[in-house]
Design a protein around this ligand. Structure first.
Ligand SMILES: [Zn+2]
Length: 248
């Protein structure tokens, strides 16, 4: 809780990243959560890892040890046999209660627009979990509008656009969410004036905060807490939307 608001971080990473050399342990994440008054985090593996099952197990064990504070996402390199992909999503759901599946088009090289990615969205749908899709860096596959195709094809699937297009593509993210009621925007990396623009077009029950990286947490939550917007909007952005989208 901070300033009377519960905080659900909709985008936090744990594990070891091959592409960046970053390492975040469960202790690191919990310490960062405590330091930033975060109540709960959506814990996501990095997109390029040595062993995706080991990364899921690391997050899964942390989720089971701290079910009130953590929930998890699966993140799997998509060009493995489809049956293996589906089995692993199901394993994460059944064993650890994960509530999301992450797609990182920049590092996975999978285009959400293409029907070649249907299996990924269907794996989320059959496990009744949301898809978090990174947007922004890594265009064209990371263009926010590309998620409109699966959003319209699978109207019961919730799709969260990580970073809301990352500033430069924020207007495209707004359009995607305006035309697809099952698209939600996660606001990390946007400037406060971008968040204002988002709020000019979308209701706050479609928006959530995310830290992405521990060193960004104070800034990401501070930018929402410091905005002069109605109490109800802050409450939705800081926790209520994520509570709903990532319900177990
Ligand atoms: Zn991420």
């Amino acid at each position: 809780m901070k300033d009377g608001f519960r905080i659900f971080d909709g985008h936090a990473h744990m594990g070891s990243a091959r592409h960046s050399g970053r390492r975040v342990s469960s202790d690191d994440l919990l310490r960062s959560m405590d330091a930033n008054s975060v109540d709960r985090s959506m814990t996501i593996p990095y997109p390029v890892v040595e062993d995706y099952k080991a990364e899921h197990d690391l997050i899964g064990r942390a989720v089971l040890a701290h079910p009130d504070r953590l929930t998890g996402a699966a993140c799997i390199y998509p060009y493995i046999p489809v049956v293996e992909f589906r089995d692993e999503v199901r394993r994460c759901r059944e064993l650890y209660g994960f509530t999301a599946l992450k797609l990182q088009p920049q590092y996975h090289g999978l285009n959400p627009f293409s029907s070649a990615s249907d299996f990924l969205f269907e794996a989320a749908l059959e496990n009744e979990i949301a898809v978090i899709c990174h947007t922004g860096t890594g265009v064209p596959f990371a263009s926010p509008s590309l998620c409109m195709m699966p959003a319209r094809k699978y109207p019961n699937l919730k799709i969260v656009l990580g970073h809301s297009g990352g500033g430069i593509h924020v207007q495209e993210a707004i359009v995607a969410a305006l035309f697809c009621p099952n698209i939600y925007l996660e606001l990390s990396s946007l400037m406060p004036h971008h968040v204002r623009e988002v709020l000019n077009h979308l209701t706050s029950d479609r928006l959530m905060v995310g830290s992405d990286l521990p060193e960004s947490a104070a800034t990401e939550f501070g930018k929402i807490l410091g905005m002069e917007i109605p109490h109800e909007d802050k409450r939705n952005i800081l926790s209520t939307t994520a509570d709903r989208v990532f319900a177990a």
